[in-house]
Design a protein around this ligand. Structure first.
Ligand code: BGP
Length: 460
């Protein structure tokens, strides 16, 4: 029997843009996703834009009940910045009513709301001013965060500032997957830096309000393993870790950037512009907890050609390595490697002062799940149960070794819209039909999860 600590959080995560729907209604202004779909629909799965998603805007009451039906004790979603503050300044009262009622329903169903403020959904009005490239975005975000704390702080005691902030950095400014889809390493670093400052000022605003709650951030973690044949491979892994993991974890948990990261950026003329006082603010506003989204490891090797001093892309430091023994989730193209979760747990214990943390996303997206529907209409997603079990065993091993993990959230509760893949890959405990009723049906994994949550563990 694998038993987990008392009061362990068992739940699932989603985001406002991927679940609410009503993308252009009820006072909400467009985000980069709404606009990008309007301007370049060819970048998306055909006819699958961000307008309706899972329709939780209308169905949250029933959905809160569905959460309680599978004994979820917690649920992460985000607030939509463009819904709450359509012009960045004026509160949309309809949004306040919606979120207050949504959170009330969760609480009534004994589901703790874990509320995040930014999940890739940059308001268009701010993008037009440069988005995270512009320093102005830092104060705009801090104002939004403070507004949200004031409006919902009596209902929500666990806040996150950002979800996977490195994703909007790399996908928007290096790899072309998110708007504005440009390639500029220097801008990418500036965007990352401004994001950290926005996070820091939001944490400062929260602490100033002296509400009785905790604030953290959700980071994606892909532990880095090198091919390991040469010294260059080891260096590649180290630099990949500095750029992708320590760049965010160190300032938010330890209160400063790693010296080696600053040296690496300086040597390549990539240091961002800063403002006097930033360093002190970062040092004074560490987080209370960390959420870590874990899907896949990062395997790297040294690049074939070394560009000394004028890197224009992370691939000048490291390139992917394909481990011959890897096991893949072919639908998503991600390696499945549960052992990394143990390594993550130990990293948090040893390198980050054993700060409280939780697995804030872990999951398996599978295409055409209707293939696995039995006669009663239930999806027999045994592969998902196996995936969770394998990861939970490794997490358990990390907790036994002393890591301070307080919960496990899957991606996701109800099948939802994906930025890059529309509704192709399904992740939910509940299947969602793409019809006018958005019908939800429990999958086998939801039943397994219910027992897991109720017994606070499982038999291996
Ligand atoms: C995480 C994001 C989620 C979600 C998930 C699944 O990185 O935080 O928003 O989308 O990945 O990924 P995908 O939708 O690309 O399959």
């Amino acid at each position: 029997m694998y038993k987990f600590p008392e009061n362990f959080l068992w739940g699932a995560a989603t985001s406002a843009p991927q679940s609410e729907g009503h993308g252009s209604k009820n006072g909400k202004t467009p985000t980069t996703w709404d606009k990008w779909y309007e301007l370049s629909p060819d970048k998306f799965t055909p006819n699958q834009g961000p307008e309706t998603t899972s329709n939780m805007y209308n169905m949250y009451k029933d959905d809160a009940k569905l959460m309680s039906d599978i004994s979820m004790n917690s649920f992460r979603t985000s607030i939509s910045w463009a819904r709450l503050l359509p012009d960045g300044k004026t509160v949309n009262e309809e949004a306040v009513t919606f979120y207050r009622d949504y959170f009330t329903e969760l609480l009534k169903n004994n589901v703790k709301p874990v509320i995040n403020l930014f999940h890739f959904d940059m308001p268009w009005w701010l993008m037009e001013k440069g988005g995270w490239e512009a320093r102005e975005s830092v104060d705009a975000f801090a104002f939004y965060a403070k507004t949200a704390f004031e409006l919902f702080g009596d209902q929500v005691d666990t806040w996150a500032t950002f979800n996977e902030p490195i994703v909007h950095v790399e996908c928007g400014y290096l790899y072309g997957y998110h708007y504005p889809a440009i390639h500029d390493f220097k801008k990418a670093i500036q965007v990352g830096y401004n994001t950290i400052m926005a996070h820091t000022k939001a944490v400062a605003a929260y602490k100033e309000l002296k509400q009785e709650g905790k604030i953290g951030i959700i980071l994606n973690v892909s532990p880095c393993y090198s091919r390991g044949e040469t010294e260059g491979d080891a260096l590649a892994a180290k630099q990949a870790d500095l750029l992708n993991t320590k760049s965010f974890l160190d300032p938010v948990v330890l209160g400063e950037f790693p010296v080696e990261l600053k040296e690496l950026l300086a040597a390549n003329d990539l240091l961002p512009e800063t403002v006097a006082g930033d360093k002190e603010l970062i040092a004074e506003n560490k987080v209370d907890f960390i959420g870590l989204n874990y899907y896949q490891p990062r395997r790297v090797q040294e690049p074939k050609e070394k560009l000394v001093g004028n890197a224009t892309d992370p691939s000048d430091f490291y390139i992917p390595y394909i481990w011959p023994e890897r096991k893949m989730n072919e639908y998503r193209g991600w390696e499945i490697y549960p052992e990394a979760l143990y390594d993550v747990a130990i990293m948090m214990k040893e390198d980050y002062g054993n700060i409280p943390w939780f697995v804030s996303e872990n999951g398996m997206g599978v295409a055409q799940e209707e293939r696995f529907m039995d006669e009663s209409g239930q999806i027999q997603d045994d592969y998902r149960i196996e995936f969770m079990m394998d990861h939970l065993k490794e997490l358990h091993r990390g907790i036994e070794a002393g890591s301070n993990c307080f919960g496990y959230h899957t991606w996701t509760f109800i099948d939802c819209w994906s930025w890059l893949n529309g509704y192709t890959n399904r992740y939910g405990f509940y299947r969602m039909e793409l019809d006018d009723n958005f019908e939800r049906t429990l999958k086998k994994s939801g039943i397994w999860f219910k027992e897991l949550a109720e017994t606070n563990g499982f038999k291996g």
